[in-house]
Design a protein around this ligand. Structure first.
Ligand code: DOR
Ligand code: ZN
Ligand code: ZN
Length: 356
C-alpha cells in the first residue's frame, strides 16, 4: 500500500451556486475524496459569479452545509468590483482573472480594471489567471510591473511554458499549473472524443505542445485538474460547453507517469500537495493522508464515477493505482468507493481559523 499526504487541487469547478445539475459541493467533494484530494480550491465562474460579498456568501453557505473535504473559494475579478474584491481578500483563496473567453460571463476586457485589480489585491495570496497566448504575456507584464504574485492556470502550449520559464528566470513572481488532460491528451484524441466532448479551454493542443510540457516539468509548479463538469446531455447537445471532469482520474494518470519514470514520486507529491499548499498559503491539514493500492488496475467508466456529470474524457482507459482510504484530519473520510465524512465536515481553509 502506498501512502501519500492528502492531495490538494488548486483548480476545480463545483458549480454552486447555480449549476447544481452538473455538480455541487457535495458530489464534487466526494469526487475529490475518491481521487485522493483532501482539499480543493473552487472557482468563481458560478451563477451568479462570485464577485461580491452576497454571492461569495451563497457559495460559502452551500460549502459549509455540504462539503466533505476541505476547500477554499476564489473570488472573481469583474470590471466593476476592484474595491469589493480587495476588501473580500481575507475570505478568498485567491483572485481569479479570466482574460479569455471560456464558460460563464466572467471576463476581463478592461485594461484599466485589470490594472486596478493588480494595484489593489493584497499581497498574500496569488492572482490566478486564465490567460492563454497573448493574454499570458499581458498578465506576466502586470505581475512584473505591479510586483504581484500570479498563478497561471492550465498552461497548455510550448510557447506558454517557454514564456513562464523566461519570466521565472527574470524574477517575476509567477507559478503555474498544468492539467492531466493537457499532459495525456492532444488534438489527436479529438476524433475519438467527439466534437462536443472534446470541447475544453484551453483547447487540447498539438502532440508537440504536450511533449514540450513534459520536457518542462521543472517549470510546472502544480498539477491541477480544472475539474469542469458538464452533463453528457450538454456536451452532446447543440452548444457544448467547454470542460472536462478530472478529480477522479488525475492521481492514477500521474501515478502512470511515475511508473513510466517520466516523473518521480517526490515530484508528484511536490506538485499535488506541497506546492499548492505553499502557493495558496493554506494551513497544514494535520493527520490527513491517503492510502493507494498501487497495483490495482481499473478501467475508467464515467457512470461509475462520483461526479454528478457521469462521464470522463478518459473513458475506457486502463489506469493503475486506486485510492483505498482517505484520512482527513485524523478521521477516515473515504474507503473503497464510499465517502464516510458527513456533508458539512469539510472546512473552509481560508475563513475559518484552523486549530493548531
Ligand atoms: O474548459 C473549461 N471549462 N475551461 C474553463 O476555463 C472553464 C471551465 C468551466 O467552468 O466549465
Ligand atoms: Zn480556465
Ligand atoms: Zn477552470
Amino acid at each position: 500500500m502506498l501512502e501519500l499526504p492528502g492531495l490538494i487541487d488548486p483548480h476545480v469547478h463545483l458549480r454552486e451556486p447555480g449549476g447544481t445539475h452538473k455538480e455541487d459541493f457535495e458530489t464534487g467533494t466526494i469526487a475529490a475524496l475518491a481521487g485522493g484530494f483532501t482539499a480543493v480550491l473552487a472557482m468563481p465562474n458560478t451563477q451568479p459569479p462570485l464577485v461580491d460579498s452576497a454571492s461569495l456568501e451563497l457559495a460559502q453557505l452551500a460549502a459549509r452545509a455540504k462539503a466533505r473535504c476541505d476547500y477554499g473559494i476564489f473570488l472573481g475579478a469583474g470590471e466593476g468590483n476592484t474595491s469589493a474584491a480587495s476588501a473580500l481578500a481575507p475570505w478568498a483563496c485567491g483572485l481569479k482573472v479570466y482574460m479569455d473567453h471560456t464558460y460563464g460571463p466572467l471576463r476581463m476586457q478592461s485594461l484599466p480594471a485589470l490594472i486596478e485589480h493588480f494595484q489593489r489585491w493584497p499581497g498574500s495570496r496569488p492572482i490566478a489567471c486564465h490567460a492563454e497566448g497573448h493574454s499570458l504575456a499581458v498578465v506576466l507584464a502586470m505581475a512584473h510591473l505591479f510586483d504581484r504574485r500570479v498563478h497561471i492556470c492550465h498552461v497548455s502550449t510550448a510557447v506558454e511554458i517557454q514564456l513562464i520559464r523566461l519570466a521565472k528566470e527574470r524574477g517575476t513572481q509567477v507559478t503555474c499549473e498544468v492539467t492531466p488532460h493537457h499532459l495525456f491528451l492532444s488534438k489527436s484524441n479529438l476524433p475519438a472524443l467527439g466534437s462536443g466532448r472534446g470541447e475544453v479551454r484551453p483547447r487540447l493542443a498539438t502532440p508537440e505542445d504536450v511533449a514540450a510540457l513534459w520536457e518542462s516539468l521543472e517549470v510546472i509548479d502544480c498539477f491541477a485538474t480544472d475539474h469542469a463538469p458538464h452533463t453528457l446531455a450538454e456536451k452532446d447537445g447543440e452548444q457544448p460547453p467547454p470542460g472536462f471532469p478530472g478529480l477522479e482520474t488525475a492521481l492514477s494518470l500521474m501515478l502512470g507517469a511515475v511508473n513510466e519514470e517520466r516523473l518521480g514520486m517526490d515530484g508528484l507529491v511536490l506538485r499535488m500537495h506541497t506546492n499548492p499548499q505553499r502557493i495558496f498559503d493554506l494551513p497544514p491539514q494535520r493527520e490527513s493522508r491517503i492510502e493507494i493500492d498501487e497495483d490495482h488496475v481499473w478501467e475508467v467508466r464515467g457512470v461509475e464515477l462520483h461526479s454528478r456529470c457521469g462521464w470522463s474524457p478518459f473513458e475506457g482507459m486502463k489506469l493503475r493505482g486506486r485510492v483505498r482510504r482517505v484520512y482527513l484530519r485524523g478521521q477516515l473520510a473515504y474507503e473503497d468507493g464510499q465517502a464516510l465524512a458527513p456533508p458539512g465536515s469539510g472546512r473552509d481553509l481560508i475563513s475559518t481559523p484552523v486549530p493548531a
